[in-house]
Design a protein around this ligand. Structure first.
Ligand code: MIG
Length: 852
């Protein structure tokens, strides 16, 4: 444990004053201890020195407390405290290894009362008497202030086991982010949150511990935003409970108080810096953005085939089918149940010919079974986590008692990654779905491994308390890096349930076991917004709900919302009555004589609810395929500029009080405002639009402010920003079908606007060598003109040769249209409420000018 420790005090010897510790009675100590304990609290006192060391300004107090301050970016401050001036290894799983701190100068000055550190963006003040921090922006506005500041507590049995910071905030502050919290309402204020990855079947709005731990949140006060990223993997607590009294706490049950203050001033700028620090998703393969169908479980092979046939027979687009745990042989990961899947490779090829990709589940728990290769090898090589006394820790999950790989060891990650070889390379499975990686454990109240399990933690061994929250993330890393090694020509697709901040670099997420209810549709909506602004734009929910029976109306409204969720996947519990801890030694019996073909029982598929609803479900999925270029371009914007794909309403205008507490409507990409229907029986919906004018997509009508729109059953309300150019594809049954033609929806505006369209091969990595096309679509308009310029960067040429252009909202009659100097005939058709000019021309063009 003592590796890499450096002593802070090389010049002065600081001898903290003796403190009389207080007794913790036996009844209040951790249940696994059998002794009473004592504790000591420490708060900073007078600062006695400041020096530049280890790339940081280090401030030391008389009683040993020390603080290191860095500015990784001009507008980002990192604050790292030590209760006794001793520093552990500076290590983070969350930080993107490719992150490069900005080069800039920091000015240190000193007055009688305080020190000050300044960059071009911020002034940070350190109080000399108490180490308290205040931060001012360039305009000298106070944006951040410690109230009581730092505090640490230690005990005999757990050492420095609690670090806490009390911060002041304005009474009217708004809080966003924190990953997948399920509470309704936009702001997270007024509650006490903690982060501890937990298998939370049928969670609800009051569930605190969900599947992910993302200790990053936004604070918005009087239009100025900052973020706080508390990079601590222990159970962290973000206590916004007393924000109404003007303060909040962040604390953790161990580790360091190590956090980043990320200044905006806009929410989107905070997101941008957070993405620089922790990284973004990589570009997904294009099939992963299509529609996905899942259920617990589709098997045997004949049912999977029947499912595929039904999609094509109904002409409902679909790109991926998932195999849940039952494809395995008795829940042994990396094996197949050969009765149900006699030749997986042949099955994969046949499905691929129909345009389907296969995604299979993998769990972290490895069945205790000496005849099972993965278990045997893991045991021989010592790859599984052990208890403090050295025995391999085993706990029951689906296959019975299991051992758990220690993904915090690089060798274990390599071993694990290589286990995918057969599935990924020989059989040709396209992607993987990592489940139960909180890690989930059956039958025990705390639902996971005990604290006293040891992890390697990259050479700095620790208890499960420290490694728990990154267990799933490191499993994903092992899987992702394995996929990269095995098929470097592919873009890995990995879906996970558990993860930690920064885990977006390895996997997309779904929100776990939700329920089929209207409330859960609302939860799905707010969860995906929160995930997206917390680094996880590639997110989705089980469409229709996992537990319980959905209704046709709920199902189609959910599908429509999921058109705007980067991961669009239906999943349901199927014939399993509860998701609870029931396991069998053997996979459940399926009668050998079950007939092949479409006589299999299905449940929650797009055609499950009769003709009318099938048509509506089909329309929603078709809309998804039309909008694929918008979604893909949003991914590219995320990668390049760190702009979340979904952004909560407040991101549209931090100064508009009507948006700050609004949790239904959200921004999608640069220019769409989505207003999903989240209640039954809605026929009209009131929408409050952010500043500017917006076109209602379905009618072409221009609106601003508060509007009512008529809502049909087959439409999800959404608006396009005036001046935007929205690209669309034709409907295809799957993404491998060629795109014959691009459509550009061009929305008139008095003024200018810029839109982007990003294209590349949709697979592989050649885009990073310039095989990409970035179209910058700049529009300029007034009452009589609309000018569209298209500038291209990059070497990629899309397969489509034609473009269909719709001009919407032109204020007068168009008399003339000139494309790259050549006059074109004018065609006008009428939308419900507006005229629409159409144009068919070859792609690419440079300039189109309409005149009226
Ligand atoms: O204990 O693999 O969240 O999507 O269908 C339940 C069976 C295990 C939980 C996942 C769910 C999946 C189910 N799994």
């Amino acid at each position: 444990m003592e590796t890499n420790k450096e002593s802070a005090s090389d010049s002065t010897d600081i001898v903290p004053e003796a403190v009389q510790p207080s007794i913790i009675p036996f009844s209040e100590t951790n249940v696994s201890f059998r002794y009473e304990d004592v504790y000591e609290d420490r708060v900073p006192d007078e600062v006695i020195s400041v020096r530049w060391t280890a790339g940081a300004y280090e401030f030391q107090c008389q009683n040993g407390v020390a603080l290191r301050i860095q500015f990784p970016l001009q507008s980002v401050v990192r604050l790292r405290y030590s209760p006794d001036g001793v520093w552990g290894r500076d290590f983070s799983y969350a930080l993107d290894p490719n992150f490069k701190p900005e080069r800039h100068t920091i000015r240190l000055s000193e007055s009688e009362q305080e020190y000050s550190l300044s960059t071009d963006a911020l002034h940070l003040i350190v109080g000399k008497s108490d180490l308290r921090i205040r931060i001012f922006n360039q305009e000298d506005q106070l944006v951040y202030e410690d109230k009581e500041g730092y505090r640490a507590r230690r005990t005999i049995m757990e050492g420095w086991n609690k670090v806490l910071l009390n911060r002041s905030c304005q009474k009217k502050s708004y809080f966003y982010g924190l990953g997948d919290k399920a509470v309704l309402g936009a702001s997270l204020g007024g509650r006490n949150w903690s982060n501890w990855c937990t298998d939370s079947y049928a969670f609800g709005t009051d569930s605190d511990h969900l599947y992910r731990a993302i200790p990053f949140f936004y604070v918005l006060q009087q239009g100025l935003a900052h973020g706080v990223f508390f990079d601590n993997t222990f159970k962290t607590h973000i206590d916004l409970d007393h924000c109404a009294e003007g303060s909040y706490d962040i604390w953790a049950e161990g580790g360091e108080l190590n956090y980043y203050f990320i200044f905006g001033p806009s929410l989107t700028e905070v997101a941008g810096s957070y993405h620089l620090l922790t990284g973004t998703h990589s570009l997904p393969p294009s099939w992963a953005l299509g529609y996905h169908q899942c259920r617990w479980s589709y098997y045997p092979e004949a049912q999977v085939k029947a499912l595929a046939n039904l999609f094509r027979a109904h002409h409902i687009p679909c790109d991926a089918i998932y195999l849940d745990i039952d494809y395995m042989d008795g829940y042994r990961c990396f094996t197949w149940d050969s009765r149900h899947f006699p030749d997986p490779q042949r099955m994969r090829v046949e499905l691929e010919e129909m345009g389907f990709h296969l995604v299979t589940m993998i769990d972290p728990g490895i069945k205790e079974d000496n005849r099972y290769e993965v278990y045997r090898e893991g045991m021989e090589k010592g790859h599984f986590v052990k208890t403090t006394d050295g025995a391999v820790a085993k706990a029951p999950v689906w296959p019975g008692f299991c051992a758990f790989p220690d993904f915090t060891h690089p060798e274990v990650r390599t071993w694990w990654g290589n286990l995918y070889q057969d599935l990924y390379e020989r059989i040709g499975i396209s992607g993987f779905w990592n489940d139960m990686n909180e890690p989930a454990v059956f039958y025990v109240h705390h639902k996971t491994l005990p604290d006293a399990v040891l992890h390697y933690y990259e050479g700095d061994p620790c208890s499960h308390k420290k490694a728990h929250n990154i267990y799933g993330m490191q499993m994903n890393r092992a899987s992702y890096e394995g996929m990269e090694r095995i098929r470097p020509e592919k873009r890995p697709f990995l879906l996970t349930r558990a993860t930690y901040a920064g885990g977006q670099r390895y996997a997309a997420v779904w929100t776990g076991d939700n329920c089929a209810s209207w409330e859960h549709l609302q939860i799905a909506n707010i969860q995906c917004q929160r995930l997206s602004i917390s680094g996880f734009s590639f997110c989705g929910t089980d469409i229709g709900g996992f537990a319980g029976d959905t209704t046709p109306e709920l199902y189609v409204r959910w599908l429509q919302l999921a058109v705007f969720h980067p991961l669009m996947r239906t999943h349901s519990i199927g014939t399993h009555l509860t998701g609870d801890a029931i396991y069998n030694e053997e996979a459940p019996e399926v009668p050998e004589d079950k007939p092949a073909g479409d006589q299999y029982e299905f449940g929650q598929e797009p055609w499950s609810y009769g003709e009318k609803w099938t048509a509506i479900a089909k329309t929603a999925i078709e809309l998804r395929y039309c909008l694929l270029p918008v979604i893909y371009t949003a991914f590219w914007r995320l990668m390049v500029d760190g702009i979340p794909i979904l952004r909560s309403a407040a991101f549209a205008d931090e100064f508009d009080p009507k948006l700050l507490e609004q949790d239904r409507d959200f921004l999608f990409g640069d220019h769409l405002w989505v207003s999903p229907v989240i209640l039954p029986g809605v026929r009209r919906q009131m929408v409050y639009l952010p500043r500017g004018n917006w076109y209602y997509f379905w009618t072409g009508q221009l609106y601003h402010g508060e509007v009512f729109v008529t809502v049909t059953e087959d439409q999800i309300p959404f608006f396009v920003r005036e001046g935007a150019v929205m690209p669309a594809y034709p409907i295809r049954q799957h993404t491998a079908e060629p795109v014959e033609e691009l459509t550009l929806y061009c929305y008139h505006k008095h003024g200018q606007e810029v839109s982007f369209l990003y294209e590349d091969a949709g697979e592989g990595l050649a885009y990073s060598d310039g095989e990409q096309a970035i179209y910058r679509l700049e529009m300029e308009g007034d009452t009589h003109n609309y000018l569209l310029r298209c500038q291209k960067e990059g070497n990629w040429t899309p397969e489509y040769r034609k473009v269909k252009i719709y001009l919407i909202g032109f204020p007068t009659f168009v008399k003339k249209c000139v494309v790259d100097g050549v006059e074109m005939p004018i065609k006008e058709i009428r939308l419900k409420e507006k005229s629409l000019y159409t144009l068919h021309i070859p792609f690419e063009f440079k300039e189109i000018a309409w005149q009226g």
